[in-house]
Ligand binder design. Structure first.
Ligand code: ADP
Ligand code: MG
Length: 252
């Protein structure tokens, strides 16, 4: 992605303005406004089907918008002329399904995108991959194959793989939803460490305790709209909108 000389850290690193998205005649996003500053951690909560995944996917260009603007570091993501590859390098995304390459080792999985997509120098990528595996506490598993790891370990490899592209923003879409309960915590700890290190993070999560602990701000979505947003203490202890109150009464 071209550097935007006009963007400074005093401006949002991610900015969605009046984002609409329809699939056919079904409007999934009905005017979303979100601004995230560099280093902030933002959680998006809300009922299933409210548009959370669609919203997250507009930020790295995976889902085109029908109307509105999505900017990363001041650059319009949905500009047809934008280099999508460069955008996906800048904005990492991790999903519920980790989709590691089964016939590649952990280390090879982490190295693959920078080597094959960005054509970076192998020894530099390898050094970085090892540092990242250390960070996600899997340095001793670098020669293992994905099937030899637990779900939580595989998800940590997926996070390291995404980080190996050196993103400026990380998106997490329900990354613990498919994991055994005993491995959820280690993945949440990994994300917490990243956030503590200053990574800008946007998370869709059903882990309300974690959202409360980690977020600078929480957005509650329902039926394609942001119903309410604020600091976690406000959203969780004193939600204003009846839809937020009802959702939280079911999940807390
Ligand atoms: P959430 O992540 O909050 O559960 P999603 O963003 O996945 O919500 O989906 C919101 C709505 O959009 C759902 O009703 C879903 O069926 C619909 N939807 C999502 N992706 C598509 C698609 N590619 N085509 C048609 N409908 C879709
Ligand atoms: Mg979803």
């Amino acid at each position: 992605m071209p550097r935007n000389e006009n963007w400074t850290e005093a401006q949002p690193i991610v900015a969605l303005h009046d984002v609409h998205k329809s699939f056919g005649t079904f409007e999934v996003l009905k005017g979303i406004d979100i601004e995230v500053m560099k280093g902030e951690v933002v959680c998006i909560i809300g009922p299933s089907g409210s548009g959370k995944s669609t919203l997250i996917r507009t930020i790295n260009g995976l889902t085109p918008v029908s109307k509105g603007s999505v900017k990363v570091e001041g650059i319009e993501v949905h500009d047809a002329k934008l280099d999508k590859l460069a955008l996906r390098r800048k904005v990492g995304i991790v999903f519920q399904q980790y989709n590691l390459f089964p016939h590649r080792t952990v280390l090879e999985n982490v190295m693959m995108a920078p080597l094959l997509v960005l054509k970076e120098n192998r020894s530099e990528v390898e050094a970085r991959a090892r540092t990242l595996l250390e960070k996600v506490k899997l340095r001793d598993k670098e020669d293992a194959y994905p099937a030899e790891l637990s779900g939580g370990q595989q998800q940590r490899v997926a996070i390291a793989r995404s980080l190996c592209m050196r993103p400026d923003v990380m998106l997490f879409d329900e990354v613990t939803a498919a994991l055994d309960p005993e491995t959820v915590k280690e993945v949440l700890m990994t994300i917490k460490d990243l956030a503590t290190d200053g990574m800008t993070c946007m998370l869709v999560t059903h882990e309300m305790g974690f959202a409360r602990e980690i977020s600078d701000r929480v957005y509650f979505t329902d039926a394609g709209r942001i119903v309410e947003s604020g600091p976690p203490a406000q959203i969780f202890d004193a939600p204003q909108d009846p839809r937020t109150q009802e959702f939280l009464s079911k999940v807390l």
